[in-house]
Write a protein that binds this ligand. Structure first.
Ligand code: ATP
Ligand code: MG
Length: 422
């Protein structure tokens, strides 16, 4: 992509109201623009990152055997009256009337819709287990939308829903999502702290929250530092049982963490998995027939990931005072090509033509060198190819690693070779 043909409205100054680094850089690097409080437009560069995150999630969800669907944003109130949540949900729910005076709402979550979606077709144990997921916009009228995409009112979520015939089978579905979440976050370069949100009795509710450590996080985490070792292992049962809690220092569960292993940090929630049994299948009367002819309510779980929040979280985790440092897996482009000299345009064009398909962002503008360097550092592409004087006289360019700042000189052909392989 040539910058001269792209839409990248970067800002020199940090706009007022942006308190945390991810919010500042999202605005300054031209990734998002606020349309209303807690409601953002995704500009082309930001959208690329959002799509890359989506695709990592989609890939791992598909590998786990979950199946993608898409449910509506606008839902009828009747489904929520059936589950009994309509009156309880409160002001976070945006309630709307259509022209026939029917009560509608903009979905803050989709348990009711998905339960309704499967209830006519899933009748037998033979149809289960089943896990459906979607990547869809939610609306929650948060009291205090803030920190940019971290706590928006409109935000993108990956939400999955599992359906099983028994508690045992539901636990297999739950564990599979647990493992899948760790894979997803690791692929983005993140190390999640998993909090056991509720111990619950056998057969009762069970839930884990996935957090990322960050000074700007809204929750305080109390966790056992053994978690990092366990995350490296495949020991899901030990991991599931390791104690960690958010916010409540006096929580009894803290007693389970030996003092010398207790870590306390701020964190941001990026995902949440939940087993809730027949909470929806019972009131909405969703039953399957078992092998022995008995009818039982389906056991359900739901599994959320904050897709748009992750864009902010990744910036919180990877940045310096010059700007963002994208991990390669989510970077909007792999390489930033900077042409510093009119004379070198031929060489820069040649590199661009050779690598175009490999996600190159080409600063082909005539702006001054300082502006070009600062902008490229701000948008944080993993690699920079800098084309200057030596490209003309000696056929040599500089390769800069954005994360380490290391610069290496090499011949143009070598540079092309190096980046066209992957
Ligand atoms: P929080 O405690 O942060 O409000 P939640 O418990 O309400 O989160 P869930 O209902 O479990 O969140 O939603 C699943 C995921 O969606 C969360 O883990 C979070 O990453 C993301 N999320 C929730 N609310 C928002 C929001 N207002 N803006 C952006 N992402 C959000
Ligand atoms: Mg919330």
């Amino acid at each position: 992509m040539r910058l001269s043909k792209y839409y990248l409205p970067t800002l020199k100054e940090t706009p007022a109201g942006a308190e945390i680094v991810s919010h500042k850089y999202l605005l300054r690097a031209g990734l998002i623009k606020q349309t209303a409080s807690g409601i953002y437009s995704w500009l082309p560069l930001g959208l690329s990152v959002l799509k890359n995150i989506e695709n990592i999630i989609r890939d791992e969800m598909n590998k786990s055997g979950a199946i993608e669907a898409l449910m509506p944003c606008i839902q009828p109130a009747t489904l929520w009256q059936e589950s009994g949540r309509y009156d309880d949900y409160g002001k976070e729910m945006l309630r709307i009337k259509d022209r026939h005076e029917s009560d509608m709402l903009f979905g803050p979550t989709h348990e009711e819709v998905v339960t309704d979606l499967i209830r006519d077709a899933v009748k037998s144990y033979k149809n289960l287990p089943l896990c459906l997921y979607q990547i869809q916009w939610k609306f929650r009228d948060e009291v205090r939308p803030r920190y940019g995409v971290m706590r928006g009112r409109e935000f993108l979520m990956k939400d999955a829903y599992s359906f099983d015939v028994s508690y045992e089978s539901a636990m297999d579905s739950y564990n599979l999502m647990y493992k899948t979440y760790i894979k997803i976050f690791k692929r983005m370069g993140l190390t999640p702290i998993v909090l056991r949100a509720d111990t619950g009795p056998i057969g009762g509710n069970l839930s884990h929250e996935f957090h990322i450590l960050a000074n700007t996080g809204e929750s305080t985490l109390y966790y056992d530092n053994k978690i990092f070792k366990l995350l490296e292992s495949e020991d899901i049962e030990s991991l599931k049982n390791i104690y960690a809690v958010a916010d409540d220092m006096h929580d009894l569960k803290l007693c389970f963490i030996p003092q010398k292993q207790l870590n306390i940090s701020k964190g941001i929630e990026i995902g949440h998995i939940f087993y809730f049994g027949d909470k929806y299948s019972k009131p909405m009367n969703v039953k399957v027939t078992l092998q022995d002819g008995k009818n039982v309510n389906i056991h359900m779980g739901s599994y959320g990931i904050g897709v748009s929040r992750l864009v902010g979280v990744i910036i919180e985790a990877f940045h310096d005072d010059k700007g963002i440092i994208w991990p390669e897996a989510v970077a909007p482009f792999r390489i930033g090509l900077i042409n510093l000299q009119t004379k070198a345009t031929g060489a820069a064009d040649r590199i661009y033509e050779a690598l175009k398909s490999d996600k190159v962002f080409y600063d082909d503008t005539e702006e001054n060198v300082g502006v070009k360097f600062a902008r490229m550092d701000l948008i944080g592409l993993p690699w920079q190819i800098i084309v200057g004087k030596k490209a003309v006289s000696e056929n040599i360019v500089e390769i800069k690693n954005r994360a380490t700042g290391e610069v290496e000189e090499m011949r143009i052909e070598e540079a092309i070779n190096r980046f066209s392989t992957k």
